[in-house]
Write a protein that binds this ligand. Structure first.
Ligand SMILES: Cc1cc2nc3c(=O)[nH]c(=O)nc-3n(C[C@H](O)[C@H](O)[C@H](O)COP(=O)(O)O)c2cc1C
Length: 204
C-alpha cells in the first residue's frame, strides 16, 4: 500500500500538548533507531567480532562516510582500532534474536563471536580483516579514517569502500529499500523493538 501525502495546506494543524521530561530521555525521544550489526575480524588469529549498534549514521556523500558511536572500552572498539576497518550489516527481523544476542554478549568471552551468535561469516576480497554477516540483507565495508572522542563514546568514522544489498529487497535503480518487503530492526527502548511495515508515505 502506498499512501499519498496531501499538500501541506490540506492539513489541520493541531497543537500537541508537551511536558518537560528528564534530560536523559533525549535518546528515547530520538528513537526508534535502525539497529545494525557491526563486524570486524582479526585474520592473524581467526577471531571475529559482531556487536549491535544503533548509534550510527551516514555523515557525508563525497566521500561516502559513515559514523558509529561505540564505548571506547568495548572489545569491538579495540578490534576496530587494530584492524582499521569495520563492516556495517543490515539485519532484518528474521535475525532479531541473534542481533540482540550480539548486543548483550562480549567478544572477550567468544573468540569467534559471529559463529557464537548463530550467524555466518563472509570474508571480503578487499581487506583481510573485513568480514560480513551472510544472513544480513545488506552490508557495507568501511575503512577507518577518523576516531573522535564524543563524551563517553568514540565516534569511528569510516569511508565506505563497497556496498552489497539483497536483489529482492533493494531497488538498485532508486537506491532505496522496498519498504513493503524489508523488515528493518528499529529499537524503541532497552528491550522494545519495532519494524518497518507496508505503509509508505510518498510526497507525489
Ligand atoms: C539493539 C542494541 C543496540 C546497541 N547499540 C549500541 C551502540 O550504538 N553503541 C554501543 O557502544 N553499544 C551498543 N549496544 C551494546 C553493545 O552491542 C554490547 O555492549 C555488545 O555486547 C558489545 O560487544 P563487545 O564487548 O564484543 O564489543 C547495543 C545493544 C543493543 C542490544
Amino acid at each position: 500500500m502506498c499512501l499519498s501525502y496531501h499538500l501541506i495546506e490540506d492539513f489541520t494543524i493541531v497543537n500537541i500538548m508537551r511536558q518537560s521530561c528528564s534530560r536523559s530521555h533525549f535518546s528515547g525521544v530520538a528513537a526508534p533507531r535502525q539497529t545494525f550489526l557491526v563486524t570486524v575480524a582479526d585474520s592473524s588469529n581467526g577471531a571475529t567480532e559482531v556487536l549491535a549498534v544503533e548509534w550510527a549514521t551516514p555523515l557525508s556523500v563525497r566521500p561516502p562516510l559513515f559514523g558509529i558511536s561505540i564505548s571506547p572500552n568495548k572489545h569491538t572498539s579495540q578490534m576496530i582500532r587494530s584492524a582499521g576497518v569495520f563492516t556495517v550489516n543490515v539485519p532484518s527481523t528474521d535475525i532479531l534474536k541473534q542481533t540482540v544476542w550480539a548486543g548483550t554478549h562480549t567478544g572477550r568471552q567468544h573468540k569467534d563471536k559471529i559463529t557464537a551468535a548463530g550467524l555466518t561469516s563472509q570474508r571480503s576480497g578487499w581487506n583481510v580483516n573485513a568480514v560480513s554477516i551472510g544472513e544480513a540483507v545488506a552490508s557495507f565495508e568501511c575503512k577507518v579514517v577518523n576516531e573522535i572522542p564524543v563524551g563517553n563514546h568514540v565516534l569511528f568514522i569510516g569511508e565506505v569502500m563497497s556496498v552489497d544489498a539483497s536483489d529482492e529487497l533493494f531497488d538498485r535503480q532508486r537506491g532505496s529499500w522496498h519498504t513493503e518487503k524489508i523488515r528493518s530492526i528499529l529499537r524503541v527502548a532497552y528491550d522494545t523493538y519495532t519494524t518497518t511495515n507496508r505503509e509508505t508515505l510518498s510526497l507525489n
